[in-house]
Write a protein that binds this ligand. Structure first.
Ligand code: R5P
Length: 293
């Protein structure tokens, strides 16, 4: 297998190449003056299976999706065998059904596009809902980076910390973290108005007084969920509050708002490269790719 370094995940792809020993194929990428994307494989993939590593996080998620599709097409035309897409953050995964009349299913459109471009299978990380994977017309799998995030805290001396999920549906995330941290786990409850997007968070029967609490989530976008959770935890007497998420989109001033709410540290993975991506997905993805061969 060869690793194609998508422009959005160059560093991660290089780490995966180093970890697996699979050759890294660089990509020449540019943007034309009119804003259109151009990519070119800078190495041979003829007769080889390839894994294109390309996250599709903001900013420019649409361009990143097109770069991924163009790379798959280029790989197939260059004689590659199986083309796998490794997409740590998968754009549009949250629109996996029609929530309101008149909507489409964005992730299904994306999946069909990727199929048409030549992608044979997809690996992503902590997709928001497994239902999104059902929309793909080829094998699509998600794997969890939560144990890696929890391990980050163990290595910093937080063994036994309380693992909290900001809503009940994501309790499985808190449980995955709890297995590594070895402390208690629990969740808040969150309801969202589909029209206004407003959320309400509550804590029923949660006891975190005096505890170090780490809020684990799949994604931090505007930061509203974590800010609200941190406020509740402070009211409940938590001694220290941290947060860890797989996909740290941290739109606008999300980071500042979270820190201002009393969260001591934000820890994310390199699915979204940035200053808070302190945990690399390279070991997790490398293991998955090795298992495929
Ligand atoms: C929602 O169910 C997700 O797991 C996240 O909690 C949510 O998408 C985070 O969004 P925001 O940071 O905008 O509150």
């Amino acid at each position: 297998m060869k690793i194609i370094s998508g422009p959005a995940s160059k560093e991660l792809a290089e780490k995966i190449s180093a970890e697996t020993g699979y050759q890294d194929i660089p990509v020449a990428a540019k943007v034309f003056p009119d804003g259109e994307s151009y990519v070119r494989l800078d190495g041979s993939v003829e007769g080889e299976d390839v894994a294109i590593v390309q996250t599709t996080c903001p900013p420019a998620q649409d361009s990143r999706v097109f770069q991924l599709a163009f790379l798959a097409d280029a790989a197939k035309r260059a004689g590659a065998g199986k083309v796998s897409a490794v997409v740590p953050y998968l754009a549009y995964a949250r629109q996996d059904k029609m929530f309101l009349a008149g909507e489409g299913i964005s992730v299904q459109t994306l999946a069909r596009m990727l199929k048409a471009a030549g992608i044979d299978e997809l690996l992503t990380v902590n997709i928001h809902s497994e239902n999104a994977l059902q929309q793909f017309p080829f094998p699509a799998k998600t794997t969890s980076a939560i144990p890696l995030l929890a391990q980050y805290f163990v290595e910093r001396g937080f063994k036994g910390a309380f693992a909290l999920s900001p809503d009940k549906g994501a309790m499985y995330i808190a449980k995955q973290a709890q297995e590594v941290l070895g402390g208690d786990a629990g969740h808040l409850d969150k309801t969202r108005d589909r029209y206004t997007g407003q959320t309400v968070q509550t804590a029923e029967g949660l006891n975190v007084k005096g505890q170090t609490v780490i809020i684990f989530d799949d994604i931090i976008s505007t930061g509203g969920t974590i800010v609200g959770a941190a406020k509740i935890l402070r009211e409940q007497g938590a001694a220290h509050v941290f947060t860890a998420c797989v996909h740290g989109l941290l739109i606008g001033d999300a980071e500042k708002r979270i820190l201002d709410a009393g969260v001591e540290e934000i820890v994310c993975t390199d699915s979204v490269p940035g200053k808070n991506s302190k945990v690399s997905l390279a070991p997790l993805i490398s293991k998955e790719l090795k298992a495929q061969v």
